[in-house]
Design a protein around this ligand. Structure first.
Ligand SMILES: C[S@@+](CC[C@H](N)C(=O)[O-])C[C@H]1O[C@@H](n2cnc3c(N)ncnc32)[C@H](O)[C@@H]1O
Length: 288
């Protein structure tokens, strides 16, 4: 369980979301050479992987070219190759079978209309014995203690259900769905780890999430996808500030980190069948 950084009861700041660090810890034993982040965004999870294995090959996939352009700067301290690949996760991944030691993904699966297909692709690109950590906040179960109970509920569910402009699909319950999706996929489900982030103050990550929610709810109203009017969104936001001033504010979100593996197939003679494709040392050689 994590809380925003506190010193003697006073919130001073919050670290980058602790989930990235935890994802990196969960794959540290498996990452020998090559890691793939699906929906890498500006690369916070790749950064965490880099701290643990600074010479690994880090591959980030995203279809947003602008975020990929930031990767070399974000990962300037990384001592191995860094590759940003512009690709659509709804299609086959542009990598050969068994080329990755590790596949990670955070807060992306809900945007993909057919997550089962993507998990099949994760299985295909992992080497036998390779590990995946697919992690997601369960946005439908966020906890807010503002000064207006019904607006807290409506804002939380309105945000969880809204398919924002950059998404092809939205499933605010993806956090709780991943374990089942993995269990039904060719991957082996290894573990499910809950990670709770909470804050008793409207600062840092909590403030950022609330601001994301406020913008999304206003956009949802403009597109006729929400019954929460702009005036109600304003009232809701003010009620959070009132609660923060009085000390009654509370925020938490729960992420589920689902650990899975591609099993090593053992032959009749007891010899493991190696599926590792090891000819591609250069990142450019990874494409199928
Ligand atoms: C909520 S962001 C998470 C980014 C990053 N994992 C992080 O933790 O900051 C989701 C990312 O998935 C990407 N994405 C969504 N749908 C995609 C798709 N169909 N193909 C490729 N990338 C996609 C978005 O561009 C965005 O960068």
């Amino acid at each position: 369980m994590y809380m925003v950084t506190q010193e003697r009861g006073r919130v001073v700041s919050d670290e980058a979301e602790p989930v990235h660090k935890r994802i990196a810890e969960l794959v540290a034993d498996t990452l020998r050479g090559r890691a793939l982040d699906l929906g890498c965004g500006r690369g916070p999870t790749l950064m965490a992987l880099s701290r643990g294995v600074p010479r690994s090959v880090l591959v980030g996939v995203d279809r947003a070219a602008d975020v990929l352009r930031d990767l070399p700067k974000t990962l300037a301290g990384h001592r191995g190759p860094v590759l940003g690949v512009e690709a659509d996760l709804r299609a086959d991944l542009p990598f050969a079978d068994g080329t990755m030691d590790v596949v990670v993904s955070y807060n992306t699966l809900e945007c993909v209309p057919d997550p089962a297909r993507l998990l099949g692709e994760v299985h295909r690109v992992l080497r036998p014995g390779g590990r995946a950590v697919i992690a997601h906040v369960d946005f439908d179960s966020m906890v807010l203690a503002g000064a207006h109970r019904s607006l807290d509920r409506r804002a939380c569910h309105g945000f969880a259900d809204y398919e924002q402009g950059w998404m092809d699909h939205a499933d605010g319950r993806m956090g709780r769905a991943i374990a089942g999706l993995v269990a039904m996929s060719p991957l082996r489900l290894v573990a499910v780890e809950p990670l709770l982030v909470w804050s008793p103050r409207l600062v840092g990550h909590a403030a950022q999430r609330i601001e994301d929610m406020r913008k999304a709810l206003l956009s949802a109203w403009r597109h006729g996808k929400s019954d929460l009017t702009p005036a109600e969104v304003d009232t809701w936001f003010e009620s959070l500030c009132v609660a923060d001033d009085s000390g009654a504010f509370f925020f938490s979100e729960l992420a589920f980190l689902v650990v899975a593996e591609r099993e090593v197939v053992v032959t009749g003679g007891g010899l493991p069948v190696s599926g590792v494709v090891d000819g591609a040392r250069q990142p450019g050689a990874l494409a199928a």
